[in-house]
Design a protein around this ligand. Structure first.
Ligand code: AMP
Ligand code: MG
Length: 513
């Protein structure tokens, strides 16, 4: 029994002033693609936090008063039929940890429909609408062994990281708001259920194509390819082989995405093909982490014993996942070798994108032939020193180019284990800076604009979670506010930019969320 009586009739006009009738484009694909599933409303819904930026994307005014927050909690806790009355679960499949997992599907997420973009395309990748989803809204026909719920802990992580990644400039699904509840949920311990309202131009995953391909539904596979092309890459329709053109398009976008992850030190944690967006956007925040001390073999996911999804393996795994996507599209591509060629373009595209990112991170205006070695040698010396990823690049902006000048203390402290290796690298970097035309101040400004002072480190999220589990959402909100300005060190409290202390336990996360 629900222990409250929602004032639905009043809530609707206030939250949904100017609320559009949601279109149901994905539903129009037919019964093979999605099924209607009712939202299970959260009992005692309470608004934990909302994102003003995400609200602006869809033309909503974020709640300011307690009454407005209550309206949002009702609306995005599943109590307002005008919003969630046409909810559906979509079917997909996937490769998990390298193995074919068969049919999966939205096990606890529901698609509500399409909401017109109000950002003029600026934040939607140029697309005219956002699909809106509830995550954590109860059982669906695809829940398998799961309970359909999402717990507050993991929902805070998804909410904060979606908005943090967007502020870092990394393509990502967005999080409009986060609603908590009194519903008890069993994980390793008892927790409570929560729901994140997510936005993305598309929630279609590689796994959607795999489902139709490997179950022999070629007509539906073609239908999905046509639908995705029409909506998201209409230029592919004119190609001699549209499915091949789509594959090439996804390869290019994924290469750019992974370069962006690597540049900000983001470890997704569970890069199964069902967690790969066809748009090349970050999707499904589970056991993710940002690097603290640089260790290319680090993964925060304790379920991933072999480190398949470790930081340094993400590019190779993206390539593997693209192979799985390419394989699934073979029924629509003339020759398998064309698909292979398309997928193998990932490597050069990724290397180029990553080199450009590293050049920018080091304040270099263009790439010279030897720069690749300079980058790799920095990464090697950082790995040997476990240098903090975020802090090291940020501090490098303040390194004087003058060969005689001392290495500033805070930067040197990141290389305490092997200072000689770092000073040798610094000498080469300084020599390289001679080939640049920018002065020191302009270089520092440029570096500060691409190297964040703050990322959503595990210990920061954890502190907010502990407080929120005790009923105090203020730290979630403060953290969100700070994460909106990750490059602006002056505006950030010092403890948000500091790495964890040795006493802070490292991220150890499982897939159970
Ligand atoms: P993930 O590894 O979190 O991406 O999940 C893989 C699949 O399991 C997806 O199809 C999810 O929808 C589903 N799933 C994960 N957690 C749950 C849950 N608590 N209840 C139902 N389905 C879930
Ligand atoms: Mg998933």
């Amino acid at each position: 029994m629900l222990s409250f009586s929602p004032d639905v009739s009043n809530a609707l006009p206030r939250v949904a002033a100017g609320w559009p009738a949601l279109e149901q484009s994905y539903a129009e694909l037919g019964a093979a693609f999605s099924v209607p599933v009712a939202v299970n409303a959260l009992p005692d819904p309470v608004l934990v936090a909302s994102s003003a930026e995400a609200a602006a994307l869809v033309g909503l005014t974020p709640p300011r008063t307690a009454a407005e927050e209550h309206d949002w909690a009702l609306a995005f806790g599943g109590h307002v039929g005008a919003i969630s009355g046409h909810s559906r679960a979509t079917v997909y499949a996937g490769h998990q940890f390298g193995n074919w997992a068969g049919q999966l599907g939205d096990g606890r997420a529901l698609l509500l429909g399409d909401w017109p973009d109000r950002s003029g395309g600026a934040h939607s990748g140029g697309y005219a609408s956002w699909e809106i989803q509830f995550k954590g809204s109860g059982l669906t026909p695809f829940s398998r062994m799961g309970d359909g719920w999402a717990v507050l802990r993991s929902s805070i992580r998804e909410f904060l990281c979606s908005e943090a990644m967007a502020a870092l400039g990394v393509p990502t699904t967005r999080a409009l708001c986060l609603v908590g509840s009194s519903r008890p949920v069993r994980r390793e311990r008892m927790e409570t259920a929560a729901m994140v309202t997510r936005l993305s131009p598309s929630f279609v995953r590689f796994g959607h194509f795999e489902h139709f391909s490997y179950s022999g539904q070629t007509a539906q596979l073609r239908q999905l390819v046509d639908w995705v092309i029409t909506r998201y890459c209409p230029q592919c329709a004119a190609a001699p082989q549209p499915a091949l053109a789509l594959l090439e398009w996804v390869v290019a976008r994924t290469a750019h995405l992974i370069a962006q992850w690597q540049a900000v030190g983001f470890i997704h944690g569970v890069m199964n093909t069902d967690n790969m967006s066809i748009l090349g956007w970050t999707i499904d925040y589970g056991p993710f982490a940002f690097l603290d001390g640089y260790d290319p073999l680090h993964t925060p996911n304790t379920t991933d014993r072999g480190g398949r999804y470790a930081y340094g393996r993400q590019p190779a795994i993206a390539h593997w996942n693209l192979l799985a996507l390419g394989q699934s599209l073979l029924p629509l591509i003339d020759k398998p070798e064309h698909a292979l060629e398309a997928v193998d373009a990932f490597r050069p595209r990724y290397v180029q994108a990553m080199q450009q990112r590293l050049a920018a991170k080091l304040g270099l205006e263009r790439l010279l032939p030897d720069d690749g070695d300079l980058f790799q040698d920095l990464l090697d010396v950082m790995a040997a020193n476990r240098s903090d990823w975020t802090l090291t690049f940020r501090l490098l902006a303040d390194l004087p180019a003058d060969p005689q000048a001392q290495i500033p203390g805070p930067l040197a402290a990141q290389f305490a284990r092997n200072p000689l290796g770092f000073s040798q690298w610094v000498a080469r970097y300084r020599a390289r800076l001679q080939a640049e035309s920018r002065d020191a101040a302009a270089r520092a400004r440029a570096m500060h604009a691409v190297n964040p002072a703050m990322v959503l480190r595990h210990h920061l999220a954890q502190a907010a979670i502990v407080q929120a589990e005790g009923g105090d959402f203020s730290e979630v909100r403060r953290l969100l506010e700070a994460l909106r300005h990750p490059f602006d060190a002056q505006a950030l409290p010092a403890h948000y930019t500091a790495p964890p202390t040795d006493e802070t336990p490292p991220a150890r996360l499982s897939c159970s969320s």
